[in-house]
Design a protein around this ligand. Structure first.
Ligand code: SF4
Length: 1564
């Protein structure tokens, strides 16, 4: 607003000066005391003091409103409210498009004073609630929007809702009127809306904080208590509860109980009534429902209501006037500021006045004050409404001088719905038709935006019109469109992430897509809030349909018309008419018609062409948000369903799964999907783009084809606008897997076709859906069809199974122990990797042997309520993450850590921790060492427990690891229990090792078959988990879901990873299609191209494992020996430039691979055999397998072979057990190989006995002998590898123990031949060359950039679909590279244009990435890899994005820097050969390595341990900058880091741990 400060009140000179700010005297004296700077802050403070509950409406999750930023600050500080029963009021934040006023009902009915802070944007759509809330003492503080030029129509539109409306203009008024609003609500028990334009007071001098005791006095705390004591009751928010605020007038002489300090008229008090009499008079909401009794609100102020002669009546306008006047009188006495329902300023003899309903009244007043006497508007009066509703006409008449003859009304209403403005109508009714005074002329004006400097000009216009002979009504003043500023789009816009579904609609339907209610679409004069609601969209769709119907008749006419110049189009028009509703045919024919019409040139052709879009059948969609699922839109959704029209609705729900439980019951959203299914005539689908992209596509296509209404409810959870995709992904997964958001499709017409109506596309459903299906027998059908669903369907999400299971297990144990002698000993364990568990079990067995009644269970399985009754309890726990409890101990810890009720006075306990004192090398992190055990020891002591023995701490760094500490601790337990001297203890069986498992497995059979047939679990047994690795599959579980499933009493979400065996990584197009099919049919619809050049599938559930294996074999691939202690997939450089040579070398990868395959028939027997397969039946155990190479125990550890073709080291030849470097002969053909041995990556954090190693050169071997040389290297390892310690079992350790020369000698001895001297070769790089290349035969090859090898479709990048389409036509082959990328190979020139076009279409030709990204590589890690300690594949791309700014700034865009990341030190992405690498240590924490050789020739070295993202960026950004400035010509990043002394060079594996940049601190 314009400045309108006046030095003093000089009545004659500046008659409007009271419209300046009211300042308290003190604040003028002490500017430092002026604390409040915005109207919202002033209001928020009052609301906070005067409420139990504040519903704070926010633009979006995580986006503060101008009120909420203050509210949350007060609440966080624990500031006390004057009225809140709990001291600190409850702040409920609700998104503005989530029907916020719905949240008011529950607290207000429960006697909680509730207020709302919001912008005006929610008001119109909240009308149904407003009517009902008007009779509760709710206060709604409204700042009017848009801020640049507020639209008061949002206030006038709701003026008849029954609320009292108060308006404030200045900052000081905002504070006073806010207080008035609360006091008035309490006095009248009616809702009050306090509205203001915050912009009007933006320039005001800051004001003082309110005076707390005065606020209390004005609010009338006694009356507050009276309200809080009562409960209004009723739980239906939809039904009208018939409540109406009323007062009881005591007409007898009996003394009343007036409220303290309130000058109520004698015998006037307030109560409520549901009496029909009052309802019929005063309620605006129809009929009452019985059962809502006012008697629940006993103890109210109305003891007078018991007086027989009391009369109840609804609160009337005059009551409001009385109450508000009383409040204002008190305010005036205390503060000297005066308020009246209407405010007039100006000379007492003014003839003309302006009544302003809009912003910046002060600017007008100031202009009038400043006017020269000759100005047409000089000496005019200004009128405003302080109390806008109830409209007290009489009071207005009294407020303005009798001299006034003409009144100009200025209404700032942007959206005019009636011809006359609402305020004009009010005035006409009051001044013209009412008792009136001398007012003769009232002229309405529409007030547009007026810049401060043009106010005089505007006034001139208004008054010239007013005083003219024939004034024009509805004259527009100012700019009706408002100033050109960009409004805060958070107001109406849907969250950004929701764009995903729009893009998919666009992707499927393209030009056929018609969005009826697209946001931001130009719907003239219609607010976004209206344009996006279903009713509006539906109406526009119907109009659209009629439009096409008309077009159809026009075409029909045209098809027989003689007005065309040519006849060419006519037959096509005829054909079109019969196919107009067939989307495909209509489009095809349209393609024929349009060019013919264009050729014709007649007027008729032109007319038809003007509407040519209508030749295609549109796919029409209404898109909305979850706000529709509350009350408001439901009628709209209902409308669409009831119409039976062929309309598609997409409703996007964004409530995160983790938040769903927090919502209050009254706000529960209606399940639109169920609602629509119950309706019976609609196609319904429930989808989630981050769970199954394909299912979304399928549902949208089906909805489009369904003739009738279709509803797709789509899930896309988000907390904040800037949520990372990872958060969205994890929330989606939880919701889907837990059955909260099941994926399904429902087609009510399927039954006619003999197909089931309901298809469940995920595994679990919630109760409500189950009940629906059960009713119509669909559930039985579903179970019959998919028996695998039945076990998961039987347990619903949210069930209490877990608690029951715990109880049962414990009781069963107790029963078992009954009757046994000896002291009881309960042993609990918390264990992630099994060490603590097996130690606990062994302790249990030993205890039993000593005669104790031992019970061993995981901490989470122990019912916590039993803790006080245990006699002796010992707990063994390891450490997870940063000093946290292992997964299966967290629930236990959560239950005891803040518990004050458990009394453990009779419990003896002891703790043993398993940790690693060096895991966290930094001093400040030392306390993480064995933290869980130490914490628990402290808590149990605090709860009164007595130590059985001192806490024992096992340390991986001790000579015997944790055993060292354990050996001292265990005897203390036996001593304490008096069983240390027991004689004749039995010998303990040795623990079962992997070697034992292999031996007893009968050549890898184990009990795999039995495990696969066990439908009670998604898992297989632990030994079988080891054995299936040999068959190419690992059991995993989804780690994103572990906690959720545990909480719901479910076993982890088990699934399997399957890895194919594909020597050299070459696949035919047909094989590609088959792999793609497998990922869709059996896996999670994605494929991973691995660092070992093969396909990997994830998310294959047990029941699909066998079909998946069979399909892989049908594709002429296998999975045998893809994992396990055998020779794995043999790799080979993909070398696109030398076709013949590559083929020749690749051939040897096949030869070596085949030669070293295990020969057990178990693989075929388990996976491929069916009932009819007789030939491979092994009769019992009678036929023994024989493994000529491996023997029954196979190898001590995994074994890897690779081939590199210089100058490309794209397969990292030094990182493998055997590396073969292809050597060309003089004839240009392959002659043989240099053979390196003993490379390997995997290490264990902090275990210096483990290290990565580059292979040692053994020498040259002719190509004919190469498979034999490899075999012999492998066999020496078979015989000499360390089978006792798997951490020390790889060939690299065997060789270092033996020495390279001795090892070589043994190989040669076994082979009977000698290695020749290695031939010279030269490597240049270990990365791929992206883009097109041509080979010597003229064939073309394109290397795609596949980030981290993941083949999937996303909204922005349909990569999987694109590659599939290419595979369908490709006359060539696919090559998978060792860097997880893909080459489309052998493309003939003739096919080149076609392939290029397809690549462009699917955006597959994009290789314009930074060199850093192109040279990066990450392993899978979370969520599937069981070993992962930190994110990798999902995080590296994010990290690179954060570095790319620096890369670009410093001109390093083209620079190839090899960066790799893995989730754990197993090293699948070969991190120790990268120039810079990050290896996961704990969630969000990595070890950083620098100085690797650019072409994989040198190991890197640890630079920093346990650092987080900000540290990583803090190191990398300046380092990259320095690299750009100081690097020498052609110097690679790894070499640079060594040259400048950042890191020492690692010369060989054994020196990997030497000279690290950061020495560990040994201090405890
Ligand atoms: S490096 Fe570790 S986390 Fe990554 S995939 Fe391999 S085992 Fe899993």
């Amino acid at each position: 607003m314009a400045t309108f400060l006046f030095p003093s009140r000089q009545k004659d000179e500046h008659p409007h000066s009271q419209r300046t700010q009211h300042h308290h005297l003190d604040t003028m004296a002490d500017p430092a005391a002026l604390r409040i700077s915005t109207a919202e802050e002033a209001v928020a403070r009052i609301a906070y003091l005067a409420s139990d509950v504040i519903v704070s409406v926010q633009p979006a999750h995580g986006v503060d409103s101008q009120f909420s930023k203050h509210l949350s600050r007060y609440a966080t500080r624990g500031d006390k409210s004057l009225v809140a029963q709990t001291g600190v009021p409850e702040i409920q934040t609700i998104r503005q498009n989530a029907d916020p006023l719905l949240s008011v009902f529950t607290p207000i009915r429960n006697g909680k004073l509730t207020s709302v802070t919001t912008t005006s944007s929610i008001l119109v759509s909240s009308v149904p609630h407003l009517y009902r809330l008007a009779n509760f003492p709710v206060v709604i503080h409204v700042s009017i929007k848009p801020s640049s030029y507020p639209d008061y129509s949002s206030i006038t539109s709701i003026r008849n809702s029954g609320f009292t409306f108060l308006q404030s203009e200045t900052l000081q008024e905002a504070q006073d009127i806010a207080l008035t609003a609360h006091a008035l609500a309490i006095k009248s028990w009616k809702g009050v809306i306090h509205f203001f334009d915050p912009g009007s007071s933006a320039q005001d001098t800051h004001i003082q904080f309110e005076n707390g005791s005065l606020v209390g006095a004005i609010l009338d705390l006694e009356a507050v208590k009276a309200f809080q004591k009562g409960k209004i009751g009723g739980d239906s928010i939809y039904a009208d509860d018939g409540r109406v605020a009323s007062i009881t007038e005591n007409v007898s002489t009996a003394p009343a109980t007036p409220m303290e300090g309130v000058a109520l008229p004698a015998a006037l008090s307030i109560a409520e009534s549901t009496s029909q009499a009052i309802l019929s008079k005063a309620s605006s909401v129809g009929t009452s429902s019985p059962g809502n009794s006012s008697s629940e609100r006993n103890g109210s102020v109305s003891s007078a209501t018991t007086v027989e002669s009391a009369i109840e009546r609804a609160v009337a306008s005059q009551d409001i006037y009385k109450f508000v006047t009383e409040i204002w009188t008190k305010l005036e006495h205390a503060l000297g500021r005066k308020y009246t329902p209407f405010e007039y300023s100006g000379p007492s003899d003014a003839e003309n006045a302006v009544f302003i309903f809009g912003s910046d009244v002060g600017a007008f007043a100031q202009a009038i004050d400043a006017a020269k006497a000759t100005e047409v508007y000089a000496k005019a009066g200004v009128i405003t409404a302080r109390l806008y509703r109830p409209w007290l006409g009489l009071n207005l008449v009294e407020s303005i001088p009798k001299s006034i003859k003409k009144v100009a009304v200025l209404e700032q209403i942007r959206r005019k719905t009636t011809k006359w403005g609402p305020l004009l109508l009010d005035l006409l009714a009051t001044l013209k038709s009412g008792p009136g005074n001398g007012v003769e002329t009232i002229v309405g004006h529409q007030l547009g935006y007026i810049a401060p400097e043009t106010v005089p000009q505007a006034l001139r216009g208004v008054f010239q019109n007013l005083t003219s002979e024939k004034p024009i009504q509805n004259l527009e003043v100012g700019n009706a469109d408002g100033p050109t500023v960009t409004e805060d789009k958070a107001d109406q816009s849907q969250p950004k992430v929701e764009g995903a579904y729009m893009k998919i609609l666009d992707q499927i339907f393209g030009s056929r897509l018609y969005l009826a209610n697209a946001l931001g679409a130009k719907n003239a004069g219609i607010l976004d809030s209206v344009a996006t609601n279903p009713e509006f969209g539906f109406g526009s769709l119907l109009a659209r349909k009629e439009h096409r119907q008309r077009f159809l008749s026009e075409v029909e006419k045209a098809s027989t018309s003689t007005e065309f110049i040519t006849e060419a189009a006519k037959p096509w028009l005829k054909e079109w008419i019969s196919s107009a509703n067939d989307d495909k045919k209509a489009s095809e024919i349209a393609d024929e018609i349009i060019p013919r019409l264009q050729m014709d040139g007649s007027a008729l052709s032109q007319a038809l062409l003007a509407k040519s879009g209508l030749f295609r059948k549109e796919s029409q969609w209404l898109v909305g948000s979850d706000a529709w699922a509350y009350d408001l839109g439901n009628s709209g959704v209902h409308h669409v369903l009831a119409s039976g029209e062929n309309v598609n609705m997409l409703v996007i729900d964004s409530t995160p799964y983790s938040e769903k439980a927090a919502g209050n019951a009254a706000r529960r959203k209606k399940d639109i999907g169920l609602y629509a299914m119950n309706y019976g005539n609609a196609y319904v689908a429930s989808v989630a783009v981050y769970s199954s992209y394909t299912q979304v596509l399928q549902a949208m296509i089906e909805a489009d084809q369904f003739n009738g209404p279709s509803v797709i409810v789509a899930y896309l959870p988000y907390f904040k606008e800037d949520d990372s995709p990872l958060t969205v992904l994890q929330e989606t997964k939880k919701a889907v897997y837990m059955g909260y958001w099941p994926l399904y499709r429902w087609d009510p017409k399927n039954e006619e076709k003999g197909a089931p109506n309901f298809s469940l596309d995920s595994e679990r459903i919630k109760n409500e859906l189950k009940a629906f299906l059960a009713r119509d027998n669909h559930l039985t059908q579903l179970m019959k069809r998919n028996p695998q669903f039945s076990s998961s369907l039987a347990q619903d999400y949210g069930s209490e199974v877990r608690a029951l299971q715990k109880r049962k297990a414990k009781d069963a144990y107790n029963q078992l122990l009954e009757g046994l002698a000896g002291a009881p000993l309960t042993i609990l364990f918390g264990s992630d990797n099994g060490n603590a568990e097996s130690l606990a079990k062994r302790l249990g067995n030993r205890g039993k042997a000593r005669g104790l009644k031992t019970m061993v269970m995981a901490m989470e399985d122990f019912p916590i309520e039993d803790l006080p009754s245990e006699e002796n309890i010992v707990i063994l726990t390891s450490v997870a993450g940063q000093g946290e409890f292992p997964q299966n101990a967290r629930a236990f810890w959560d239950a005891v850590k803040d518990n004050t009720e458990l009394d453990l006075a009779n419990v003896k306990f002891s703790l043993f921790g398993l940790g690693d004192s060096h895991y966290w090398p930094r001093k400040e992190d030392k306390h993480y060492y064995n933290k869980p055990a130490k914490d628990l020891d402290r808590i149990l002591t605090n709860l009164g427990g007595q130590r059985l023995a001192e806490i024992g701490l096992g340390d991986d760094q001790d000579p015997d690891g944790y055993q060292t500490g354990y050996q001292t601790w265990e005897p203390l337990i036996w001593q304490a229990l008096g069983v240390d001297k027991v004689e004749g203890l039995p010998e303990e069986p040795a623990p079962i090792t992997n070697e034992d498992i292999k031996i007893s497995s009968n050549f890898l059979r184990g009990t795999i078959v039995e495990g696969l047939n066990d439908q009670t679990t998604g898992a297989i047994s632990a030994p079988d988990q080891q054995l299936t690795k040999f068959h190419g599959t690992y059991m995993q579980d989804d780690r994103d879901l572990r906690d959720e499933r545990k909480a719901a009493g479910l076993e982890p979400a088990y699934s399997f990873m399957i890895r194919c065996r594909l020597a050299g990584g070459i696949a035919t197009p047909k094989q590609w299609l088959q792999m793609d099919d497998i990922s869709d049919a059996h896996g999670n619809q994605t494929m991973k191209l691995t660092t070992r050049q093969t396909f990997q599938f994830h998310g294959v559930v047990k029941s699909k494992l066998k079909p998946a294996m069979q399909d892989i074999n049908k594709a002429l691939m296998t999975t045998i020996a893809a994992c396990g202690d055998v020779n794995r997939n043999v790799m080979c450089s993909s070398l696109p430039t030398q076709a013949e040579y590559q083929k020749e070398v690749w051939h040897y990868s096949k030869v070596v691979s085949d030669h070293l395959l295990p020969s057990t028939t178990a693989y075929h027997e388990i996976w491929l055999k069916d009932e009819n397969d007789k030939k491979t039946q092994v009769a019992g155990d009678a036929v023994q397998d024989y493994e000529p190479l491996y023997g029954p125990t196979y190898l001590p550890r995994k074994f890897k072979i690779t081939i590199a073709i210089p100058p490309h080291n794209d397969t990292d030849v030094y990182a493998h057990d055997i590396g073969l470097i292809a050597i060309k002969g003089k004839d240009g053909k392959l002659a043989g190989f240099n053979l390196t041995a003993g490379g390997g990556m995997g290490v264990t954090h902090n275990n210096k006995k483990t290290y990565p190693r580059t292979g040692s050169m053994l020498g040259y071997v002719a190509k004919e002998d190469i498979h034999m040389a490899c075999e012999k290297v492998m066999l020496v390892q078979r015989d000499f590898g360390d089978r006792k310690n798997r951490k020390h079992a790889r060939l690299k350790y065997t060789m270092d123990v033996m020495g390279d020369d001795v090892f070589k000698g043994k190989v040669e001895g076994m082979w009977g031949k000698k290695f020749q001297k290695a031939k010279p070769f030269h490597f240049q790089s270990n990365i791929d060359t992206f883009g097109w290349q041509k080979d010597e035969l003229g064939l073309n090859h394109f290397t795609f950039f596949i980030e981290n090898g993941r083949i999937e479709d996303t909204v922005d990048f349909p990569m999987k679909t694109g590659l599939r389409e290419i595979a369908k036509v490709l006359d060539g082959e696919f090559r998978l590279t060792g860097n997880q990328h893909l080459i489309v190979s052998n493309v003939k020139d003739s096919q080149l244009p076609q392939i290029k076009e397809m690549m462009a279409k699917y955006k597959l030709d994009n290789i314009q990435f930074t060199g850093l990204r192109l040279s990066s590589s990450a392993c899978v890690a979370f969520p599937t890899c069981g070993l992962a300690m930190a994110e990798s594949e999902r995080y590296l791309p994010v990290l690179i994005s954060k570095l790319e700014g620096v890369i670009e700034e410093n001109g390093l865009r083209q620079e190839s820097i090899v960066m790799r990341m893995t989730g754990c030190p197993n090293g699948c992405a070969r991190p120790w050969l990268a120039e810079v690498a990050f290896v996961g240590k704990a969630f969000g924490t990595y070890n950083m390595y620098l100085g690797g050789g650019y072409h994989g020739q040198r190991l890197n070295k640890l630079y920093r341990s346990s650092i987080k993202e900000e540290d990583i960026l803090g190191i990398m950004k300046p380092l990259l900058k320095r690299y750009s400035l100081e690097k020498t010509d052609g110097e690679h990043f790894g070499d640079f880091c060594i040259r400048i002394g950042m890191i020492k060079e690692t010369t060989e594996g054994k020196t990997f741990h030497d000279d690290v940049a950061e020495e560990e601190s040994d201090e405890e």
